[in-house]
Design a protein around this ligand. Structure first.
Ligand code: NAD
Length: 476
């Protein structure tokens, strides 16, 4: 069965590559038309897509889905349309003296790679398939998408819509479980972008390595929040609450844990509590608050809390409406703050990816910096405070994929900033000109002048004084 699916995908890849080769060079207008069709697909079917995402999650606000998955992605398409002519312009480069005077020329052309595979997760199922697609098209490629099996209804609708708006040799969607995903990651693409967990990312990279397929890995990790002494704890708490509660914390960039000054711990926790209560006075019947995606994911989060409690953490449930969560099958979970956490707790070892928020304290900010540096490099890092020296210290002494200062997550919504991780939180990036380049091949083109440069430079046997002179000049 898996073999059949693999052959089917291989056949589409061959067709896409053949069409790509045959139609090159494709005009910019066709690239733009593909982006416009992707935008139209999202606009025409915004409501349907929000409905299926809500059905997949159990509950997910259509307003949230519109912001995070539909409008945000359409806007990104607009951004690509606006900048792609500039991005794709060939760049003149310098040639060493005196080659320029002799008529030598050097340039870089950003050319399409060919067929790019997209393996996407369930947490923002539309955004994380169509976002990369916009830049894959901008760079002149074709695409094959394998969306997540956890948001099955969304994946099926995506397939149906892509079939309606694109020919199979432009873009094709393949649905199925992890075995289809594994087979997909073994295809000899010209590039593969994977968004998902670090553990799966490692497997995807191993499979891609067999065909030397270049990869972009958009992974996860434990993104810390540094709160400085000078932070406005009420405002910081509100912003952390927004970032942690959106999509019920199922965001790769969600603030994973807080690091706060010992003396300000209660103030910081109160800020998060109040911020949460202001936005979500109740949770169970509140359409604005998303469910955890599956029972398995829900049980894992419950287990993180139970494990922390068993190992001595103080557990604070932010349940402003005093609701009874024990008898519901809605997979809704209140924000659960963990105090007095230790490194042996699972909540401090795994990426949380849900509404659980450990709080650690420091006597001096250096302890927090050291702790973060001793752990995997995170995808995001956040600093709250007004102390510029302290902020710079945190930024210059740590490494992370990206940073938002005085808020969380927002750097990803800046279309012109590259988005990606570093080390275990990922490699490569998209968004910004970097995304266009990620899906392009930077091809160097050097044009030799008429004059015999090799002889002039002493690179041509028989070697002699000209060679020695050239070596001396280079070594000086
Ligand atoms: P996941 O790694 O479980 O799955 C992601 C995709 O991989 C799915 O489409 C799945 O079908 C596929 N897959 C599963 N097994 C595979 C295999 N053996 N070989 C190849 N592919 C396989 O991730 P998830 O649970 O869907 O998403 C949550 C994770 O994704 C979190 O760690 C989160 O931080 C991360 N994430 C990262 C970003 C980012 O942009 N950096 C965005 C969203 C989510």
């Amino acid at each position: 069965m898996a073999d059949d699916r693999k052959s089917e995908m291989e056949a589409v890849l061959r067709k896409q590559r053949a069409a790509h080769n045959q139609m090159r060079p494709e005009p910019m207008a066709l690239r733009k038309d593909r982006i416009q069709r992707a935008m139209k697909l999202l606009t025409d079917h915004a409501e349907d897509l929000c409905k299926v995402m809500a059905a997949d999650f159990g509950n997910r606000s259509p307003h949230q889905s519109m912001i995070t998955d539909i409008a945000g992605t359409v806007n990104f398409g607009k951004y690509c349309l606006k900048h792609m002519d500039n991005w794709s312009r060939p760049e003149k480069r310098h040639v060493q003296f005196p080659l320029g005077l002799l008529g030598a020329k050097a340039e870089v052309r950003y050319e399409p790679k060919g067929v790019v595979g997209i393996l996407s997760p369930w947490n923002f199922p539309v955004n994380l398939s169509f976002g990369p697609l916009m830049q894959i098209f901008a760079a002149g490629n074709r695409a094959m998408i394998k969306p997540s099996e956890f948001t099955e209804k969304t994946s099926l609708l995506t397939r149906e819509l892509v079939e309606e708006y694109f020919t199979p040799d432009e873009c094709a969607v393949f649905t199925g479980g992890p075995e289809v995903a594994a087979a997909f990651s073994e295809l000899p693409f010209d590039h593969l972008i994977f968004t998902g967990s670090t553990a799966t990312g490692r497997r995807v990279m191993e499979s891609a390595a067999k065909n030397l397929v270049p990869v972009t890995l958009e992974l996860g990790g434990k993104s810390p929040v540094f709160m400085g002494e000078s932070a406005d704890f009420a405002k910081a708490g509100e912003r952390v609450a927004l970032g942690k509660m959106m999509n019920a914390g199922q965001i790769c960039l969600a603030p994973d844990y807080l690091y706060v000054p010992e003396s300000k711990q209660d103030e910081a926790i109160h800020g998060v509590w109040q911020g949460t209560a202001n936005m979500y006075p109740t949770l169970l019947d509140n359409e604005d608050y998303a469910s955890v995606v599956t029972d398995r994911h829900f049980d894992r989060l419950q287990d993180l809390v139970a494990d922390a409690r068993d190992k001595g953490a103080e557990v604070i449930e932010v349940n402003p409406g005093n609701e009874d969560f024990s008898n519901t099958n809605a997979r809704k979970m209140p924000l659960t703050i963990l105090k007095n956490v230790t490194d042996d707790m699972k909540a401090m070892q795994e990426e949380i990816f849900g509404p659980v928020l450990p709080v650690k304290t420091y006597g001096h900010i250096d302890e927090a910096i050291e702790y973060v540096n001793e752990h995997d490099r995170p995808l995001g890092l956040y600093y709250f405070g007004q102390n510029a020296d302290e902020r710079e210290k945190v930024l210059t002494k740590t490494i992370s994929g990206g940073v938002t200062v005085n808020d969380v997550i927002f750097h990803v919504s800046m279309e012109d900033l590259p988005f990606g991780g570093v080390g275990p939180s990922g490699m490569g990036s998209y968004h910004g000109v970097e995304g266009f380049r990620e899906f392009s091949h930077a091809r160097s083109i050097y044009t030799q002048p008429k004059i015999d440069v090799a002889k002039l430079g002493g690179f041509k046997p028989p070697y002699g004084p000209a060679t020695e002179k050239a070596v001396k000049t280079m070594m000086k």
